[in-house]
Write a protein that binds this ligand. Structure first.
Ligand code: GLY
Length: 396
């Protein structure tokens, strides 16, 4: 008996000795402090970036070269949005001043009806300005004008907004799942202008998307192309995903966020149910890595070597913080918190000494075009900052 006890002690000693030492509470607080120092140093880089109406920072390549774009690019509103959100998080005036300067450069986009992206551009900049000062009449007018421009792309035959004009040989009336995000501009413009037409267009678009974009398993197609005369569906395909039947991670994210937001304005339970179902597809997927940051497409055969997409994770995290307030489903809050925790780490944060105006590494823009793969991208930062603000706002 005595011998057995000795052997048991020896085995326990070896096993415990081999386990990685767990950090105690004080050590964990220290690590978190260090990570927050890095995070705050990243915020400063956005202030340091020189103001230039033609050079909105969009992403950086693996050599640290910044991809700078004009206001016409679909991502132009995010940088101003980041500064507006940093002002709200820090209450430091410098962020507000810079946010205002960058926002001015986007105003002309209110008349650019070449794609549905007028919503991303104007609402992520002017819309955030209105969060800070809801009474700003000029910003309100810009939002309403931009909503008019977006509404001009609506077809009552298709009952949708046309997303893109390119690729006319293949597509007549392409609608992409991303388009759900632009409905926020319409819902807000309906309130500002007291014009229910914007609301009706947004609701019709959401209903058509609900009917045609989702698969049996609640994942979403990227592009649904319609016949513009009859409104019938031509094809359901992808543009940025691995293939037509794959689940492009950011597409799933736009769907989750978009239907949660549409529920906020309409209280339509069908929108809420779709958002919940698509979240479940996403967070329970066998190919979602343990740290919560998805591969760029859930069906890339290169998984686990495939690149990740931080932007998809931050869009979902921000969307889920809102969805949690409607559903109280704990796994939704748990996923959002996991993402925020994962990102605040050396693996994902850019180093303090890196001067580019971004916060996180490891996003993927357009994999099939070999464009912006595993790099910092402005909209990943945007939805992360929004998630931080939502945590505060909802007291989560
Ligand atoms: N069109 C926006 C995106 O790349 O997700």
């Amino acid at each position: 008996m005595f011998k057995i006890k000795i052997v048991a002690y020896i085995i326990a000693f070896i096993l415990l000795g081999c386990q990685p030492k767990k950090k105690n509470k004080e050590e964990r607080v220290e690590v978190e402090k260090e990570e927050n120092v890095v995070l705050n140093s990243r915020y400063q880089k956005l202030l340091d970036y020189p103001v230039d109406s033609l050079s909105f920072p969009r992403s950086a390549d693996s050599l640290g070269q910044i991809k700078k774009v004009p206001s016409g690019d679909w991502t132009s509103g995010f940088f101003a949005g980041n500064l507006w959100q940093l002002y709200q998080l820090t209450e430091e005036q410098e962020y507000r001043d810079k946010a205002q300067q960058w926002t001015v450069f986007i105003e002309k986009e209110k008349l650019n009806g070449k794609s549905h992206d007028v919503g991303f551009k104007v609402f992520c900049s002017f819309g955030n300005g209105l969060e800070v000062n809801p009474e700003n009449k000029h910003y309100q007018k810009v939002v309403v004008k931009a909503a008019n421009t977006l509404a001009s792309r609506y077809s009552d035959k298709v009952k949708s907004i046309r997303s893109w004009d390119f690729n006319k040989k293949q597509w007549q009336f392409p609608v992409i799942i991303d388009n759900m995000m632009n409905l926020e501009l319409l819902f807000e413009a309906a309130k500002i202008a007291k014009d229910s037409t914007f609301y009706e267009i947004a609701v019709n678009h959401a209903n058509t998307t609900l009917k045609n974009h989702f698969r049996e398993n609640n994942s979403t197609f990227h592009v649904v192309d319609y016949d513009s005369l009859s409104g019938n569906i031509h094809e359901k395909v992808t543009h940025q995903g691995f293939n037509d039947s794959s689940s492009w991670a950011r597409g799933q994210a736009w769907a989750i966020y978009g239907f949660t937001m549409a529920y906020r304005y309409t209280q339509n339970e069908r929108y809420l149910n779709q958002a919940k179902a698509t979240v479940k597809f996403f967070i329970n997927h066998k190919n979602l890595p343990e740290d919560g940051i998805p591969y760029w497409d859930f069906n890339d055969p290169d998984i686990p070597q495939a690149p990740r997409d931080v932007s998809a994770a931050t869009v979902v995290a921000s969307g889920l913080l809102e969805l949690y307030t409607y559903t109280q489903e704990e796994p939704f809050l748990a996923y959002a918190e996991k993402v925020l925790h994962t990102l605040n780490s050396k693996e994902y944060l850019l180093k303090t000494e890196n001067e580019i105006p971004f916060i996180f590494k490891h996003s993927t823009g357009n994999y099939p075009k070999n464009d912006e793969i595993d790099v910092p991208i402005v909209y990943a930062d945007y939805y992360y900052l929004e998630a931080l603000l939502r945590k505060k706002k909802f007291n989560l």
